[in-house]
Design a binder for this molecule. Sequence first.
Ligand code: 1GP
Length: 242
Amino acid sequence: NLIYKNIQDSVSNKKKLLAVLIDPDKFSIENTANFVKKVNESIANYIFVGGSIVDEKATEILVAEIKKYTKLPLVLFPGDVSQITKKADALLFLSLISGRDSDYLIGKHIDAVSKLRKTKLEVISTGYMLIENGKETSVQRVTGTKPIPRKNVQNIVDTAKAGELLGMKLMYLEAGSGAIHPINTEIIKSVKQELQIPIIVGGGIRNKQQLKNTYDSGADMVVIGTVFEDNEAFFDELKKEI
Ligand code: 1GP
């Protein structure tokens, strides 16, 4: 359980973590060496790979390519069972607890087991909560679930707590890729106050100030994807601790 242990140790040492998300559907594989070099030179601690709509096999090919250029742990953040590959190091075993679609709560997980048996992936049980951000996101579209309204802070906290009580090891507060409004301070603070497990926050974080605000509110790990797709220069701002 190396990766989870590292996350826990960082949380106890109050060290903030950053994961760079690569979506195989939006990434051109020819750019891997150049992109991963920038990730290596930044403060990023993890590379996440995954997306809502990805061709079968595309993930495995991309993961193998990324692995050529980095020693950073590679964590799968899968939108579907087909994105599971033994070539990664760990898997966020996501249950979409903000929604009420049984497939995304437990169904796809059952389908994944026969695949997981053949891998040595570290499987990390993760509560995944989609929170309203101002526009429809692909998670919403693909899963057909409704995000929790931003103003229902108590419901967000109770949902996160229920996930922790069920034994989930991480809680991911998701505004959705390219979100207009990243998860706000009040939500992060309120969830952080009630939970013992590490909190991951992602969706719509585009600059250093938003990243800092997210950490200051209590996020233990932040996931950033979209901004790097059109602005790799943002990596230059992430060369030292913020
Ligand atoms: C999406 O939380 C991640 O699943 C990252 O979001 O692409 O908006 O950075 P962005």
